[in-house]
Design a protein around this ligand. Structure first.
Ligand code: G6P
Length: 606
């Protein structure tokens, strides 16, 4: 999730405004940044790795001349964070400059094609493909808009783009598909950015570009077309009365809620994994004598879910382990045939890195799944894969969890295919189910929120909460417990439902709140027995189950229904009511859901 920004000013220079805008967007991603302006018929670029202030101090980006420019702050997805991979990217003639937020899915195919046409690539990014592709069309048309449209019709994936060219130095061409892009119309200046915070100090009159639209921005305003057929679109500006803080949160009251709502998009981005790296990881996983899945906190829960997916779909037994316990429990058994897949959103959790360092010294193969290119995990892994989630600001992991699961499910599918463990029809069905996930996630968020809000009223005074489930319902229960406990501070336990009778049932008494996760799967029948055990002891039972599962719903004092989903993907959907529950419980109890006490986003002490 990078941040893009562009502006045209009537009087004065664009560069200082661009640098200020980048500062306001820095929270969206921050491994490198750059700006490009046009002056004297030339594109001028300054870009580097590091924080905006450091780059500005080193390169004085704000001193570039020119009334028009584009800028970018990067959260790397393709190519390491360094000066060459930083945006803007230029075509070979330095007449077109591009900034991009999103992922070009078919960039390798397009890159190969362009290389055959003798286009030279200097970076490892997917974005550079767009610059060359537009340049290629521009050589035929001589028109920047027509060239952009022709190029984008070949591009698959997500993007918000701002493009400038020496050929039309009075305009910024904009395009949007799935990634946000908003235009600001000021007095004597116009802007376009990933979010309004980039220009809110200068104007609050905005026009939102929609998916599949391209725009031409000049000092006279914005003209919008549909990319498909170049039909004109008319849209009136709206006036936003937002503070900068509200703008950062896209109008949501907290980052945590915004990030829960981001999930349809972040799950979609997680479906855009880089195939060659996924195949490499699968190759290593398949070769291991034993495979450990390592993580801490929420990432450990992702590992646990993956162990169910790998065994059920690919018949591969793996060992999910809490990172801080790994050396003590398994250290002596680690050797050259050991494969470890470490899952860490930040790629910096010291418990995870310590375990990996130990394993590396014993020649084990270390693989990584992370959200941060350039993190320690990416540097020490033999191969790594990215989840493409962009920065998560709420301390409690929400969108990074569902994205991790989405990537792990794809690895499970590839592994199953490689090991010849599933039929073509099963593969096709699972692919369809993966493809439908963003839609399901979106439906779930909308449908469960009112129910969950009223549930939070009921549960907010609970002294203790018990979360139970079986199979992947148990994994969801663990994550539910963690979210609720982190954000509401209500002491909570989570167990496999089958374990409850081996001890924890002793704390169940009249009106004790017990929360079950019951997807409609093979474990459902036994889970119903466990519900009956709890009810017999007077517990108040809440069940998160499948919409329309009336047998289960009738047992519950409170029932939250979610849409039908493939069992192996169920935690991605079933966790959503719990994320919202944790959020609303925090609000009911007067707590700040974004900053739970004593917790840190990334824990770098042992
Ligand atoms: C901290 C965070 C958790 C996170 C855990 C692991 O405890 O508060 O939300 O799940 O670290 O972080 P990682 O970056 O390794 O996924």
């Amino acid at each position: 999730m990078c941040g893009i920004f562009g502006c045209i000013v009537g009087d004065g220079r664009a560069a200082p405004i661009l640098v200020r805008g980048l500062k306001m967007l820095e929270y969206r991603g921050y491994d490198s940044a750059g700006i490009a302006t046009i002056d004297g018929g030339k594109i001028l670029v300054k870009k580097d790795v590091g924080k905006i202030d450091e780059i500005e101090e080193r390169l004085l980006m704000s001193e570039l001349p020119g009334k028009i420019g584009i800028a970018h702050t990067r959260w790397a997805t393709h190519g390491a964070p360094n000066a060459v991979n930083a945006h803007p990217h230029l075509d070979m003639h330095s007449r077109i400059a591009v900034v991009h937020n999103g992922i070009i899915e078919n960039y390798l195919e397009l890159k190969r094609e362009l290389m055959e046409l003798r286009y030279n690539f200097v970076s490892k990014t997917d974005t550079e493909v767009v610059a060359h592709l537009i340049s290629h069309s521009f050589s035929k048309h001589g028109d920047l808009l027509a060239a952009t449209v022709e190029a984008l019709r070949r591009v698959r994936g997500s993007y918000s783009l701002a493009i400038i060219s020496t050929a039309s130095p009075d305009r910024i061409i904009l395009a949007r598909r799935e990634s946000p892009l908003i235009v600001g119309l000021g007095d004597g200046a116009v802007f376009a950015a990933s979010d309004v915070s980039a220009f809110l100090e200068r104007t609050n009159r905005v026009v939102y570009l929609e998916d599949g639209e391209v725009g031409v921005l000049t000092l006279n305003g914005l003209t919008i077309y549909k990319l498909d057929n170049m039909e004109g679109v008319s849209r009136k500006p709206v006036t936003l009365n937002w503070s900068i803080e509200a703008a950062h949160k896209a109008g949501f009251p907290h980052f945590t809620l915004k990030e829960i709502y981001d999930q349809p998009l972040t799950v979609r981005e997680a479906l855009r994994i880089q195939e060659q790296y996924a195949d490499l990881i699968v190759e290593f996983l398949d070769r291991g004598r034993e495979v450990f899945l390592l993580g801490a906190g929420t990432s450990y829960h992702a590992c646990l879910a993956a162990s169910y997916m790998f065994s059920k779909l690919a018949r591969l037994v793996t060992y999910p382990v809490v990172a801080s316990e790994f050396v003590e429990n398994f250290g002596n058994a680690v050797g050259i045939d050991t494969v470890i897949l470490a899952v860490s959103q930040s790629g910096e959790t010291i418990d995870t890195l310590n375990a990996l360092e130990y394993a590396r010294l014993r020649a084990a193969t270390v693989l990584g799944l992370t959200n941060v290119v350039g993190s320690t995990l990416t540097r020490i892994s033999r191969a790594y894969i990215l989840q493409n989630t962009g920065p998560e600001i709420g301390v409690a992991a929400t969108k990074t969890f569902t994205a991790q699961l989405t990537v792990l499910a794809q690895l499970a599918l590839r592994l199953a295919r490689k090991r010849g463990k599933v039929s073509q029809s099963e593969i096709d069905r699972f692919k369809d189910d993966l493809h439908n996930l963003p839609q399901l996630v979106s439906e779930t968020i909308k449908s469960v929120e009112p129910e969950v809000k009223s549930l939070s009223d009921v549960l907010s005074q609970a002294k203790v909460l018990v979360f139970l489930g079986r199979g992947l319902g148990y994994v969801t229960s663990l994550e539910a417990r963690l979210k609720v406990m982190e954000l509401s501070y209500i002491p909570s336990i989570a167990l496999p439902a089958g374990e409850s009778k081996h001890g924890p049932i002793s704390i169940v008494e009249e009106d004790r709140n017990v929360v079950f996760t019951i997807p409609r799967d093979e474990t459902r029948k036994l889970a119903i027995n466990n519900v009956m055990e709890m009810k017999a002891r007077g517990a108040k039972v809440t069940i998160v189950g499948e919409d329309g599962d009336s047998e289960v719903a009738e047992l519950a004092d409170h029932f939250v229904g979610v849409p039908k989903v493939n069992y192996l993907l169920s935690p991605i959907v079933y966790v959503i009511p719990y994320q919202l529950l944790a959020y609303y419980l925090a609000l009911r109890r007067g707590l700040d859901p974004d900053k739970p006490r004593n917790l840190a986003k990334s824990v770098t002490v042992l």
